[in-house]
Design a protein around this ligand. Structure first.
Ligand SMILES: [Zn+2]
Length: 71
């Protein structure tokens, strides 16, 4: 049985263990969590694999598993 899942803090890339030692996981600290939220609000981050293109967003019916692909 492996230990708790290990990941990197999205903000500072420090190792974070998925256990009670890191109550702010996946962030290493509340500070990093707030930094990340601030980045989202200001639009500095983009969702990986889903580029935002205002002119074409949701306009391509041929895209597999698109925004409406709820299954
Ligand atoms: Zn961090």
């Amino acid at each position: 049985m492996p230990g708790p899942a290990r990941l990197a803090c999205p903000t500072c890339q420090r190792p974070v263990l998925w256990n009670d030692d890191f109550p702010h996981r996946p962030f290493c600290s509340e500070r990093c969590r707030m930094v990340d939220l601030g980045a989202w609000v200001s639009g500095e981050r983009a969702i990986p694999g889903e580029p935002v293109q205002p002119d074409e967003a949701g306009a391509d019916p041929a895209t597999p598993g698109g925004r409406n692909g709820l299954n």
